[in-house]
Write a protein that binds this ligand. Sequence first.
Ligand SMILES: CC(C)(COP(=O)(O)OP(=O)(O)OC[C@H]1O[C@@H](n2cnc3c(N)ncnc32)[C@H](O)[C@@H]1OP(=O)(O)O)[C@@H](O)C(=O)NCCC(=O)NCCS
Length: 143
Amino acid sequence: MKGLHLRPPQETEFRDIEQIEASWAHVADAGYSAFQAAFHKDWLFLLICDGWQIVGYMCLILKDGEIFRIAIDDRYRGKGYGSWALDAACFLFKAMGFKTAYLEVYEENRRAVGLYERLGWYGVKKHGSLMAMRKRLNTKKKG
Ligand SMILES: CC(C)(COP(=O)(O)OP(=O)(O)OC[C@H]1O[C@@H](n2cnc3c(N)ncnc32)[C@H](O)[C@@H]1OP(=O)(O)O)[C@@H](O)C(=O)NCCC(=O)NCCS
């Protein structure tokens, strides 16, 4: 994982992003557009890259300390990229002065929920099938 980094996308890379998006469209909310997200003034849209390879993306809402969206290309799941990116986002939010980070996940997305819990996130409330989760940023302890 030596070449792992985050960077903003270039316009020509939205095809790759759409492909990743399509791999979990059944879970994703309709109407979301990665392209729009990338240019939203309050959001930070970042590609997760291992060397030259785009392995995923995440979208952060900086003013809220929120991970709005994260997805890893299905060919690269289960290799630690998602954990690394979640920790990187928390590192950024902590540096910005947030005490907790926030995300929402569909409760039926059990693997994602399990991963978040292992990384120290905990459920705070539910609205419908969406569960809000937080992670305290003042501790290095995971889980
Ligand atoms: C959830 C997700 C971002 C995790 O990224 P990742 O790189 O696969 O995660 P890591 O490799 O760091 O951790 C692997 C863990 O993620 C979980 N996981 C969730 N979905 C997975 C999938 N489709 N394949 C493999 N692992 C998955 C597993 O619990 C796994 O733990 P395990 O190895 O003990 O089974 C990624 O699987 C993904 O993009 N899923 C589809 C989109 C999504 O659900 N996004 C979250 C919406 S809030």
